[in-house]
Design a protein around this ligand. Structure first.
Ligand code: WTA
Length: 634
């Protein structure tokens, strides 16, 4: 299943388009199935209805754990590097990880968890997070991991949407020099969530927490019970290929975040295939992805992808700047990391600290580098290439989305010639097309348009939880028979793809997806705010920053204090990751006669480009634009 030359890539690509079913059946043969599938693929993008490997039976954890035990029981599966570099790191071999997953799966069963239940996981980046995820998959429960940077309200929204009955969390968490009160946040969330009958609390920081009788239990106590019961094994539940594996919430251009649903068979095949190929993983290599398991990158490329391939995956609890800006390079040196997969925002932030933090580090173990989450600017690409890869490591700029389950357009490390700023070429099985506003396909090279995919791949989302119609309208209704990504893209003269960013109202702030409508809703919750409009603007480190125009006639006499109150409100409603960087108070918003906010104008002002605002004659009150221009924040 591994491509090792560009000729092979071209052949595989050709086959994947001409005989997609044969192609993916051959790939799927590299995995362990309890029963082979009846049909490789059934699909239409109209409903949409996509089924891969239907009739196939499997459990993804047998592919991530059991199947490696015969030959690689003692191979490190997870290396865990704690937030504090003086605390001991941990290594879990495949055998140890298998045993811990089985044990915790039995804890879940003891606490009433069954196949099909939804379980919310809100935890720091410790091995137990991966164990919890895999234990859910082991018993066929559907996990919904919520990133630690979300607020109680966001967690409650997600728990209610998925009707979760169990929450797995920790007392607290360490991130940089912060001590975060995880259980406290969960307690606040659960006030709104009567469906939750049990929380299982891991000890991490041993901060004081409330433990409610009948609802809250300690992880460690539950493990002891399983040990005294003497049932170390937990047979893997037999899952249908199209049974749900997990829900992961992500932001769109309208409304609340939606629960993207991935299923067992196709997701497994796609995460495993793409991991093996894009990073050209070789046995024995140490692979380090700096993402958090709370995002799709962590699901597919810290947990499922690498583990399905028997790889050694490094999990890091902390942040790249703690205790100083050399931390990632210290980790590379300490654990002899061979493959580093990170985000442009991290690179740009570390660039700002200068080369002093890099120069004495031994980075000679590195062989391959990867980037994900947002367009990588050429400066960051070259900095990574020169100072980290020493011009010897191929850089894979991987474009994909929560909805795609795995990497879609990317170089294959050492196989595809790279070009800074370009995600280059589609992986086998991926058929990208560029379309114009009328939905017509734009042929040829040297063109740009909206990026769509015209044929299903095994990792494509199947639905949005509890609301299939929303899935249809968001992704499959804009253009007939195409999956619409929401991204703009250019294809250069060589046929190479360069992703230019979102064309909808989704922002990408430090690689985190944030919907402008969501931020507006949160700002509007503030008691003196009448109305607001949020747009993105170019930010040197974050990629995009959040710029909010706020109508707030009776604000506190100290405008700065009102700004802080609004920021605090957004933190409460969504979480610290969505805080506006700039808040401009305005007397009104530019609207058309039909009441639509002219975001195009607001975007231009936020970008500091007021020279050509285009046609403003259709505005209800053109004078407001002048006022906004005058008051624009630098
Ligand atoms: C953006 C993250 C340019 C894009 C895996 C996409 C990228 C959104 C790249 C998905 C890249 C991701 N180059 N843009 N290499 N990778 N994006 O769902 O706008 O958190 O639509 O998935 O990130 O973000 P998500």
């Amino acid at each position: 299943m591994k491509i090792t030359s560009f000729e092979q890539y071209e052949q595989a690509y050709k086959q994947s388009v001409e005989q997609p079913e044969q192609f993916w059946a051959d790939v799927a043969d590299n995995f362990t199935w309890k029963k082979k599938w009846d049909n490789v693929l059934q699909w239409n993008f109209k409903d949409p209805d996509v089924k891969w490997f239907s009739g196939g039976k499997l459990n993804i954890t047998e592919n991530c754990l059991d199947r490696h035990l015969e030959k690689n029981a003692d191979t490190p599966a997870i290396i865990w590097e704690p937030n504090d570099p003086t605390e001991d790191f941990r290594v879990l071999t495949y055998k140890q990880l298998h045993d811990k997953v089985c044990q915790f799966a039995n804890v879940l069963k003891n606490n009433g968890a069954k196949k099909g239940d939804r379980i919310c996981i809100y935890m720091p980046m410790v091995p137990e997070l991966a164990i919890a995820v895999l234990a859910c998959a082991r018993i066929g429960a559907i996990h919904s991991v919520v990133f630690g940077g979300f607020s109680a309200q966001s967690i409650a929204d997600r728990i209610k949407d998925a009707d979760c009955n169990i929450v797995i969390t920790s007392d607290g968490a360490f991130r940089g020099n912060k001590d975060i009160q995880m259980k406290n946040v969960i307690d606040d969330a659960l006030v709104q969530c009567p469906s939750v009958k049990r929380t299982i609390v891991l000890t991490r920081s041993r901060t004081a927490v409330s433990m409610i009788k009948g609802r809250d239990v300690w992880w460690e106590d539950e493990i002891k019970k399983v040990e005294t019961q003497g049932n170390p094994e937990c047979p893997a539940e037999e899952m249908d290929a199209e049974d749900m594996l997990f829900i992961l919430y992500t932001s769109g251009s309208t409304g609340k975040p939606k629960g993207v649903v991935h299923t067992c068979g196709g997701y497994m095949v796609y995460a495993g295939y793409t991991f093996a190929n894009v990073f050209q993983y070789n046995p024995g290599e140490v692979y380090f992805c700096t993402a958090d398991i709370g995002w799709i990158t962590g699901h597919s490329y810290i947990a499922y992808g690498p583990l399905s391939q028997g790889a050694t995956t490094l999990m890091f609890e902390g942040v790249p700047t703690y205790p100083d800006a050399g931390r990632l390079w210290d980790i590379v040196e300490k654990h002899k990391v061979n493959i580093l997969y990170t985000a442009p925002t991290a690179i740009r932030s570390l660039m700002g600290f200068g080369l002093d933090f890099v120069k004495d580090k031994d980075l000679s173990s590195l062989k391959k580098l990867g980037s994900v989450g947002e367009p990588i600017n050429e400066e960051a690409w070259h900095w990574l290439d020169d100072n980290i890869g020493h011009n010897k490591c191929p850089i894979v700029d991987t474009w994909w989305q929560t909805e795609t389950g795995g990497i879609m357009i990317t170089p294959i490390a050492g196989v595809t010639p790279t070009k800074p700023g370009y995600a280059t070429l589609p992986l086998p099985g991926i058929q990208p097309v560029l379309v114009n506003e009328n939905g017509q396909e734009i042929q040829g090279n040297g063109v740009s348009g909206n990026l769509c995919i015209k044929f299903p791949w095994p990792g494509i989302l199947r639905t949005t939880y509890g609301d299939h119609e929303r899935c249809r309208t968001t992704y499959f209704a804009t253009y007939d028979n195409l999956y619409f990504t929401g991204d703009g893209c250019l294809r250069d003269e060589d046929g190479y793809y360069r992703i230019t960013g979102r064309v909808d109202d989704v922002l990408n702030v430090s690689g985190h997806r944030i919907g402008t409508a969501e931020v507006e809703n949160a700002i509007n919750m503030h008691s003196s705010v009448v109305e607001s409009a949020v747009v993105g603007y170019p930010h040197d480190i974050k990629g995009q920053g959040v710029y909010a125009y706020v109508v707030c006639p009776d604000m506190h006499e100290d405008a700065d204090l009102t700004r802080k109150d609004i920021i605090m409100t957004v933190s409460r409603i969504i979480g610290p990751i969505a805080k506006p960087d700039k808040i401009q108070f305005v007397s009104g918003l530019p609207k058309t006669r039909s009441g639509k906010i002219m975001r195009r104008i607001l975007r231009k002002i936020a970008e500091g480009d007021t020279s050509n605002l285009g046609d403003t004659s259709t505005l209800l009150d053109p004078a407001v634009v002048e006022e906004i221009k005058q008051g624009a924040l630098k």
